[in-house]
Design a protein around this ligand. Sequence first.
Ligand code: 5GP
Ligand code: MG
Length: 180
Amino acid sequence: MHNDIDRILISHDRIAHRVRELATQITADHAAGEIVIIPVLTGAIIFCADLIRCLPMPMRIGMLAVSSYPGKTMQSGGANLTHWHIGDIRGKRVVLIDDILDSGSTLRLVRPQIQAMQPASLKTAVLLRKDRPAAREVQVDYVGFDIPGVFVVGYGLDYNDYYRNLPDIVTLKRAGETRT
Ligand code: 5GP
Ligand code: MG
């Protein structure tokens, strides 16, 4: 599997440092009282797991799943909401967490549906934001890293469901051919 890696774009050490900085920002913005964290499965699980352990306030966790890269494609294929496991968030302060902002279709799909549940506030955190016009059109509150428009895996991000367990964020060699 490590033979498939082209290069490390963001090392685990840099990620860990940045996650702590984001947690400090989120804590400052949600000073008193509890929050509800909603990671978008599956890609956001590692980021979410590290982030929430740096957050001191009481919290509950909801979850939702969106599929946007079915199978072995590297193009965003439009987002589909596949699972929804969120309790009552009316009047709660919600932080939505996604791994990467690319075309923006995931957040455009999900945020109105969360907003319709009438939370007191809804903030969005993404670990990565790709350098493309579509991504910049979508407003987000917390961004870990701005990256070039390349396909990345690791730290939760997959190709055909593999590589999520890599500690670093990496690019793949000839990614379309590395795993069957
Ligand atoms: P969007 O809906 O903004 O196009 O993309 C968001 C979702 O597409 C992310 O949550 C992620 O699952 C997937 N995605 C977008 N870019 C990449 C990428 O470079 N690598 C991987 N592994 N997934 C990506
Ligand atoms: Mg995703």
